[in-house]
Design a protein around this ligand. Sequence first.
Ligand SMILES: [Zn+2]
Length: 178
Amino acid sequence: MMPASRGADLYAALMARAKADIANTALRIFLHNMGAAYDVERGLVPYKGTKDDVAKIKEIFLGRCCYCDIELGPGDVAQDHLIPMNKSGLGLHAWGNVVPACGPCNAKKQGGDWRDFIIQRAGEHALERHERMYKFLDHYGYKPVQDLRAVAEELYDEVGAIAMTLIESKVKRVRAKL
Ligand SMILES: [Zn+2]
């Protein structure tokens, strides 16, 4: 049997992880919906990731991965968020922030900065890939000006706390009936 304190530590770690997962999911939904609103604000039909949407962003990069320039077949386009949709990046799910990437680039980039990632993937071609990306951003006018940091952090903290409180209250309610 493991010591009780170690069990408690593991439980605390598990709960902290669950709380972060819930908060991150809520944050992604928030950035997704803010992205749709930002598209509408720019007079665009919100980016939904349909076949047509993907074809459009792929066309701008001449059917190639925006990072390593490998040719993308019809079935192997990953829709990567240039600025990650997380608490530090605060990228939106909107035209201009979704780029076509190959599977390996999409998997390797994770939350990293796209400028650094291009240098890593494109080597001597990095400068022209950077320029191509800036043209892409200009094309869609992706330049959110609203600072979402404070409200995103508030949402992150609130959702995590509320979810855990709610779960605990349900546990107590069920146990009270035993
Ligand atoms: Zn690639």
